[in-house]
Design a protein around this ligand. Structure first.
Ligand code: SIN
Ligand code: FE2
Length: 207
């Protein structure tokens, strides 16, 4: 484990390739039940470049009319989100140092040109629990800022199989994804990752 800064813990290669591959299959099953959707910015309705879905009791959604929030149902199918894969619950138990299980897992699918602008994860009612992030597929250049938007930022690479927690003093740090670095991805059989895509999973406590 590498503590990049207080509360930012990076577990390089936490998932070996066979566990990554089975996690990608789990995510295929999640997407089959809860199809990817394109979230939109509050008010402007501008589309995110990533597509999303969720698993677990709650899912993070965003649209022009009602903004960022957690919902127990998929915005298009209106069905409950599928259950969280067991391997993610186990990773949370091992890495989160928190007595309760995660309540939401946001699945972000980045196509090769997609990015995520600098933001804080602050739609949860509970900031005691960390955010646990798992990366699959293409490498990306991840940007970590401070607790104010104007604070200096730094970047590092997140690779397939890496797990990271943002917790304690780092729970509300700004972060984002500048770009994918497609050349370095391991080869997955999944069509989800056939063209240099990246999947990021973030597990959270919500209530
Ligand atoms: C996010 O902050 O929701 C995603 C971060 C990532 O893709 O690594
Ligand atoms: Fe985030």
């Amino acid at each position: 484990m590498l503590e990049i800064e207080p509360g930012v813990r990076l577990y390089r290669g936490f998932f070996d390739f066979s566990r990554q591959d089975s996690l990608v299959r789990d995510i295929e099953r999640v997407i089959a039940r809860a199809p990817l959707f394109t979230p939109r910015m509050p008010r402007t309705g501008k589309a995110f470049s990533v597509r999303m879905t969720n698993c677990g009791p709650f899912g993070w959604v965003s649209d022009a009319a009602r903004g960022y929030r957690y919902e127990p149902h998929h915005p298009e199918t209106c069905e409950p989100w599928p259950v969280m894969p067991r391997v993610l619950l186990e990773a949370w138990e091992e890495l989160a140092s928190y007595p309760l299980p995660p309540q939401a897992c946001l699945v972000n699918l980045y196509h090769a040109e997609a990015r995520m602008s600098l933001h804080q994860d602050r739609d949860e009612k509970d900031f005691e629990a960390p955010i646990l992030s798992v990366s699959l597929g293409a490498d990306c250049r991840f940007r970590l800022g401070g607790s104010k938007r104007s604070d200096p930022t730094r970047t590092f690479v997140l690779s397939s199989g890496d797990a990271m927690t943002l917790g304690g003093p780092a729970r509300l740090r700004f972060h984002g994804v500048d770009k994918l670095l497609p050349a370095l991805s391991p080869r997955f059989a999944s069509p989800l990752l056939a063209n240099g895509e990246r999947i990021n999973l973030t597990l959270r406590r919500v209530t």
